[in-house]
Write a protein that binds this ligand. Structure first.
Ligand code: ZN
Length: 338
């Protein structure tokens, strides 16, 4: 079997890898229908996270169950399934509270840019679609594996409600889908922080009502002006840098919610600033598994089309070009088909 392997900065190769097989009775093997390159794959690709040894890549996936272990009950061969980037048992206390990405048995799934994938804890991790999907639904179903669920968590964690005023920092796939999520949750005003025309257009399509191109102090001032000096009810931080987090805290109203899903890189918060900000902070790796049933239904009923964030589709053997295009910001998100 062939798949993507990262050797070092900007060196991703499509090459022979060990064919996955059932290792535990709770495993399943999937034949991948589609996978993709994530913004977070760019941290090691750019050398910001060190790559110690050749590393298989990919954590977003959907596909057909090929084989299941002897203990698997809820999915069977032939079904089309979607799962999160963290395998979860769906039975432990953390799962019961809805935090599947902190499952006591959580296992990161990081080898999905390939034609076959082993998924541990298949019963708790995978959710099947009602039947085999039409091909045009596959990108949107794939988006549920991470980016849509992550955008949804940002909006959920920030407490978006009908009538809310919301702002989103970050115009990558997660930020754009956070806007779509806020719209679905009934937000009345959605402010997108973006300086890229193509992304601004998709932001508007997903429900953004205002666009702010400024960043830092100027970005904060622009939001304060739009909200008459109050700040937004809900702030969705989808970047993970110090600048983005500061901008988010300073733009949220007193008593408002800040959902942060950008993986923090070099973010340090000041206790006194937080103390006086009066902001509800909630974030982390999104418990995507919690949201899969309702989001699958929304895609299945064609109420949402989160797959629109994929503006480049490549055969899996051109995975290196997918990384390049995202690194150079020529594309929002690259979909790969084996
Ligand atoms: Zn669990």
């Amino acid at each position: 079997m062939k798949g993507a392997v990262l050797y070092g900065p900007r060196d991703v190769r499509f090459e022979e890898r060990e064919t996955p097989r059932i290792l535990k009775p709770t495993d399943a093997i999937l034949r991948i229908a589609a996978t993709c390159v994530c913004g977070s794959d760019l941290w090691p690709y750019r050398g910001i996270n060190k790559v110690e040894k050749p590393t298989p890549m990919g954590h977003e996936y959907c596909g057909i169950v090929e084989e299941v272990g002897s203990a698997v009950r809820s999915v069977k061969p032939g079904q089309f399934v979607i799962g999160s980037f963290f395998a979860s048992d769906n039975t432990c206390p953390n799962c019961h509270h809805g935090y599947h990405s902190s499952c006591q048995q959580a296992e990161f799934i990081g080898t999905a840019q390939a034609s076959l994938l082993r998924v541990p804890l298949a019963d708790g991790t995978l959710v099947a679609t009602p039947s085999l999907p039409d091909d045009d639904l596959v990108p949107s179903l794939l988006a549920l594996s991470d980016v849509m669920g992550t955008g949804w968590f940002a909006a959920d964690a920030a407490g978006v409600k009908p009538g809310s005023t919301v702002a989103v920092v970050g115009d990558g796939a997660v930020g754009l889908l956070a806007m779509l999520s806020a719209k679905l949750m009934g937000a009345e005003r959605i402010i997108a922080m973006s300086r890229h025309p193509a992304r601004q257009a998709l932001a508007r399509e997903f429900g953004a009502t205002d666009i702010i191109a400024e960043r830092g102090d100027a970005g904060v001032a622009a939001i304060q002006e739009l909200t008459r000096g109050v700040g937004v009810d809900s702030m969705l931080e989808c970047v993970g840098t110090q600048e983005a987090m500061q901008q988010a805290i300073r733009s949220t109203r007193r008593g408002g919610g800040l959902g942060y899903v950008g993986v923090p890189h070099g973010v340090a918060l000041d206790g006194q600033q937080l103390f006086y900000a009066h902001v509800h902070l909630h974030g982390g790796p999104a418990p995507v598994r919690r949201y899969l049933p309702e989001l699958i239904e929304a895609v299945w009923d064609r109420k949402i089309n989160p797959g629109k964030v994929f503006d480049l589709t490549l055969p899996l053997d051109q995975v290196a070009e997918g990384y390049r295009a995202m690194d150079e910001r020529r594309t929002i998100k690259a979909l790969l088909r084996p």
